[in-house]
Structure formats: C-alpha cells, structure tokens
Design a protein around this ligand. Structure first.
Ligand SMILES: [Mn+2]
Length: 358
C-alpha cells in the first residue's frame, strides 16, 4: 500500500478520513483489570462481545496483537470482525510477553536468537496483516527493546541492530509483496517500562533509527506516537506529532492520556488534562492527519462490569468534543497572526478563552 509521489518516491497510501470519522482501539483496551495492586473488576469477555463493545464505543476499526489473534485463527477472527461491522486498522506482533527470548529485547537485543525471533514473528504477522486482515498499518512497539543498567549493551549496536531488524523485515516484505502491497510500518517509541531505558525512547530516536536504515528501505517505515508515552518522558505530545509530520513520517497515532513523569497509565484521551486533547486535535488538523485515529487506553481501576468500554467511549467522545471546540473557537488566521509576532501573552489568553469558552 505505497504509491509514488510526483517526485517518484514511494509514499504510504494511507486511508483518508476527515478527523472524527474513523477510530480504532485494540481488543486489549477492554480487560478484566487486576494487577499487583488492584483487584480484577470485570468479567472476561468473548471476542465477539469485545468487538461489539468497541463498535458501540464509536470505533470503526480494531487493532490486534498476534497473541490475541494468532495467524492460524486469523480467518475465523476476520469473520467476527466483519460481523461486528468493523475493519482492522493495525496489527502488531507481541515482542515482549510472547516468550522468555523477548525479556532482553527484540530487534536490538544483544542476543542473536532474540533478534532472529523478533524478525521471524514480525514477518509472520505482516503476512497475516496483508493477506487476511487487510490492515492499513503495522506497528512495531519497542516494548522490551533497550537496556537496564551500566554496560549491559553496546550502545552503538542497540540502535544499529534495531535498524537492521527493521531493514530485514522491509527487504523481505518488498520481495514478497512489492511496494504496492507492502504494509506501512510505524515505530511506536516508549521511554521505559518494561525495560529501564527503552529504544527508541521518543519520536526523535525513532526517526534516527529510520535514518540508520539503508536508504531504499526508509520510505516504508514511519512512526506511531502515543500520548502517554510522550508524557512519560516530559515531551509535549503535539510537538512530537509535529516532528513526525516534519519528517513526513506521521503514519499513525495512538491517543490516550497520562498524568506526568510516571508509568504507562493509559488513561482515556482527554482525561486529566483536557487542554492536551484540544491541542492534540488542533495539531492533527494542522499537520493534515487523515489516517484512522487510534485509541490506546485501559479501563480505570474502578470501572465495573457495565463500564468495560467506558474509557474507549470517553476517548472518542472527548476527541469529538475537542474537535468541536477547535472548529468553533479557534480561528487559524488569528492564531497564526499571533504566532507570527510571537505574542505569547495573547496566545496564552486565546488558549484559555478556547478551553473555557469564555
Ligand atoms: Mn500504544
């Protein structure tokens, strides 16, 4: 799913929706809950029930790990997806919890067997994404890739090997399917958890890794920036989107929320800081984002059996609320005129007026 642009370069042929028309969430975004510190609050659901709830929450598309939709089950799962009135937007191989080989990393692991397994599983699930799911994007989330402490890896190698793993996947994909059928790959960076230092940690590191790939493969890899992952490293989410767009690499997005320099809270988009939601939606519009909007949030610890999809539904509602505010209360000409003279005082006042409606 790549096409040539007017300059003859391959660019991803991504879906084109108006903002607010198409949303995706992962089947993992509905869960029983329960952790070391919290009780399980909700019954486990059959996949059919989960898909119906995602549809009811406002999703048009669904996302899968291979652990939730194994390649050998993909055909029958696709029937359930169609029956629910959904499509598959994204699929991703689980390169973190699948087996002990991924405890030390994946593409950039110092262990050759772990790197090889990561490449093999990724190829296998890209095949499923293309041949069965008709997926629009493949996501590589770094997860366990990185390092834990002093001298645990060769730092030059961890970045280069991560790039090499992606290159191997792209080379195989192009030889197997050609550019027209190739699935755009989006790197989703995260700074830590489960590993102490994740590689890549942020949008800039993800772009640097793409830059370490041979030139002929770079066009086929972009980024998927997630709100909470950005907050965990004190990045301004909208600025990360802007960097991705400036590089021509904003292939996909994962919206949710977090409360600061903490762990991967995955709260609903717009929860905690609705101003982030407004700035995010405005920025997506400003960079011309047209792909499906991915939501990646978990239920709250207090959500009960009848609130299984409340976080996903609230994320979609908050996106629509923020979109309405952007459309009705932000005049781009006024905003850009203030930016052009760097009148930060008036810009701050404008943002307070927009968010308060007064
Ligand atoms: Mn995510």
């Amino acid at each position: 799913m790549f096409k040539k642009n007017s300059a003859g370069a391959w660019v991803p042929d991504l879906p084109e929706y108006a903002l607010g028309e198409a949303f995706a969430a992962g089947v993992w975004n509905i869960s029983t809950g329960g952790s070391r510190f919290a009780p399980a609050m909700r019954p486990a659901l059959a996949l059919e029930e989960t898909l119906d709830l995602l549809k009811g929450a406002g999703c048009t598309h669904v996302e899968f790990h291979d652990t939730e939709a194994e390649p050998e089950d993909a055909d029958s799962i696709m029937t359930l997806v169609r029956n629910a009135g959904l499509e598959v937007s994204m699929c991703t191989a689980n390169l973190f919890k699948r087996g002990p080989e991924f405890a030390n990393g994946n593409f950039g692991s110092p262990v050759a067997h772990s790197r090889a397994e990561a490449v093999r599983r990724t190829k296998n699930y890209i095949r499923t994404g293309i041949e069965v799911f008709d997926a629009k994007i493949y996501v590589y989330w770094n997860s366990s890739n990185g390092f834990g402490g002093p001298l645990q890896v060769n730092y030059q190698d961890v970045y280069q090997k991560t790039a090499d793993g992606l290159s191997e996947v792209v080379a195989w994909m192009l030889s197997e399917y050609g550019p027209e059928r190739a699935l755009p790959i989006a790197i989703e960076p995260k700074p830590n958890e489960p590993v102490n230092w994740g590689v890549p940690a942020d949008c800039g590191e993800a772009l640097a890794i793409i830059g370490l790939m041979p030139e002929e493969y770079r066009a086929f890899v972009g980024v998927n920036i997630e709100t909470c992952h950005s907050h965990m490293i004190a990045k301004r989410y909208a600025a990360e989107l802007g960097l991705a767009a400036a590089a021509g690499k904003c292939f996909y997005c994962h919206l949710n929320g977090g409360t600061g320099l903490k762990y991967d809270e995955d709260i609903a988009f717009g929860d905690n800081d609705f101003g982030v939601a407004i700035e995010t939606v405005y920025t997506l519009r400003e960079i011309g984002y047209s792909n499906i909007v991915g939501i990646d949030c978990q239920p709250l610890n207090t959500d009960t059996a009848d609130q299984q999809s409340a976080s996903v539904a609230r994320s979609v509602r908050n996106f629509q609320r923020a979109l309405e505010i952007c459309n009705e209360r932000i005049n781009p000409e006024e905003l850009n005129a203030l930016r052009a003279v760097a009148d930060r005082a008036s810009l701050s006042d404008l943002f307070a007026r927009v968010t308060s409606g007064k």
